[in-house]
Design a protein around this ligand. Structure first.
Ligand SMILES: Nc1ncnc2c1ncn2[C@@H]1O[C@H](COP(=O)(O)OP(=O)(O)OP(=O)(O)O)[C@@H](O)[C@H]1O
Ligand SMILES: [Zn+2]
Length: 464
């Protein structure tokens, strides 16, 4: 598989450190609100990368953190008169409600900053003992001048960066590009004891610490939104590599933005839709399908209209699934001579799907292949086909949609029973020559998207 690596600015063949295993870290949410559609993009896309790697036989250890200590969380806690921990606990719970509905698999570990304070302190102490970190009145800074490779991810050199940077009045650092590792406690903030007095970790240090704690000093894939490239990921590299002397992550993968009117959707701009709000209008599988319909690096303009298009696209896939289930329920016989070629052709769709996914996770083209497969099935497999070919088509459809984790809702049996009952009533009406009632029932079923077919074996039904 090829992946676009921000570190080298090119698509590269993915080769894991340890054969058959992938160690992957994704920067998770800061938990002070429901997450928005923009935040959902990395969660969905990197979940898909993980699922695809697993499909290809890798054992993936996937770590996604929760930032549960942060200015925004503290502000929210103070506004609401509750503790930071209460704010974080609430939104971590809500994160899982939405993530589950988006079909995002739970990470192997979902570490929180507050569970890693000792590890963070030890990490900073190590940097300090190596002379790479320095303390000023209870704050500890990373000395960027001591790390030669600073700027290698965002391809900026430190002198240029310094020209654009300013030191805030509240900061006491030596150089403009130095960044905080530990902040001394201020009034109304949570704090932990440390060699530098009571305080809390800066933002960047948490990911270096959690990645090394759960995955080791060098990991395979580090991922996040494009906005994290600088300074967050640049600083993660500086911290981790200065401490270990080894490369931190081999592949850096960044997703593009979800925009509103060509502007990045973000909480601070107020131009956002939370996934929770969208869930009131759409099944969240539609949002997953919408995300997968674009390549993860391309910018995407979000609109209600786009979601509606995704909804009808997904509906077409469900119809194809229902049709195949109908054919399987009613089919019989093994592969006919003339179907052998069809079966081979089914495998070609799988090959094309894999080719696209192997090309830097091109889910957009992979979905087009699934639609081609559906068209192929609809034109070549019907009531006259053998059960075996219908089953093979169904298995292929399930395999490819399964990799993307879409179209996996099971049919609602209660609804099926209701439909069967209405069909029975219609049969009785016909027998009693009450054609008006029979037609009414048929029309009502049609409104529900159910098509009746009179066959020699009796009345059969399918969804449109
Ligand atoms: N509009 C967007 N499109 C794509 N990814 C985004 C967008 N906004 C944020 N992200 C990503 O969402 C993930 C979660 O980050 P986090 O919870 O810190 O959100 P954030 O960056 O604070 O959001 P905001 O920019 O709205 O304040 C990060 O990987 C971030 O890069
Ligand atoms: Zn991070």
């Amino acid at each position: 598989m090829k992946l676009y690596n921000t570190l080298t600015r090119q698509k590269e063949e993915f080769i894991p450190i340890e054969e058959g295993k992938v160690k992957m870290y994704v920067c998770g949410p800061t938990v002070y609100n429901y997450f928005h559609i923009g935040n959902a993009r990395p969660f969905i896309m990197f979940d898909t990368l993980r699922r695809y790697l697993e499909y290809r036989g890798y054992e993936v250890t996937y770590v996604q953190n929760f930032t549960d200590v942060d200015d925004k969380i503290i502000n929210k806690a103070n506004e609401e008169g509750i503790t930071s921990q209460e704010v974080a606990d609430k939104y971590i719970k809500e994160y899982f409600v939405d993530a589950d509905a988006l079909g995002i698999k739970r990470a192997t570990v979902h570490p929180r900053v507050t569970e890693n304070i000792n590890e963070i302190i030890e990490f900073i102490k190590d940097l300090e003992s190596k002379g790479i970190a320095y303390e000023v009145n209870g704050d500890v800074y990373f000395d960027t001048k001591k790390f030669d490779d600073y700027g290698k991810l965002s391809k900026q050199n430190i002198e240029e960066l310094e020209l654009g940077a300013r030191i805030e009045v509240s900061e006491k650092k030596n150089n403009p590009m130095d960044f905080v590792l530990w902040k001394s406690k201020k009034e109304g903030e949570p704090g932990w004891d440390s060699p530098w007095g009571e305080g809390r970790p800066g933002w960047h240090i948490e990911c270096s610490v959690m990645a090394s704690r759960y995955l080791g000093e060098t990991i395979d894939i580090h991922a996040g939104g494009q906005d994290l490239t600088f300074p967050h990921h640049e600083n993660e590299i500086a911290q981790s590599e200065a401490k270990s002397g080894k490369p931190f992550a081999r592949y850096w993968i960044h997703n593009g933005y979800i925009n509103i009117n060509n502007e990045k959707m973000s909480k601070s701009k107020g131009n956002f839709f939370t996934v929770r709000d969208i869930s009131k209008e759409f099944d969240l599988e539609v949002v997953r399908f919408f995300m997968l319909s674009a390549h993860y690096k391309n910018p995407v303009n979000f609109s209600d209209e786009m979601l509606k298009q995704s909804e009808s696209g997904l509906e077409r896939l469900y119809n194809a699934k229902d049709r195949l289930e109908f054919l399987i329920q009613n089919g019989n016989g093994s592969l006919k001579e003339e179907e052998k070629q069809l079966k081979e052709k089914l495998n070609e769709f799988k090959q094309k799907f894999i080719e696209n996914m192997d090309d830097d996770l091109n889910t957009a083209d992979a979905i087009s292949v699934i639609f081609e497969l559906v068209r192929f099935i609809n034109t070549n497999i019907d009531e006259n086909s053998s059960l075996e070919i219908a089953q093979s088509a169904y298995e292929m459809f399930k395999e490819l949609t399964g990799v993307l984790n879409i179209v996996n809702k099971v049919k609602n049996n209660i609804i099926d029973e209701e439909i069967e009952k209405m069909i029975e009533q219609r049969q009785i009406a016909k027998k009693e020559k009450n054609f008006k009632l029979a037609d009414e029932i048929r029309d009502k079923l049609k409104e529900m998207g159910i098509i009746l077919e009179d066959t020699r074996q009796g009345v059969k039904w399918r969804r449109i």
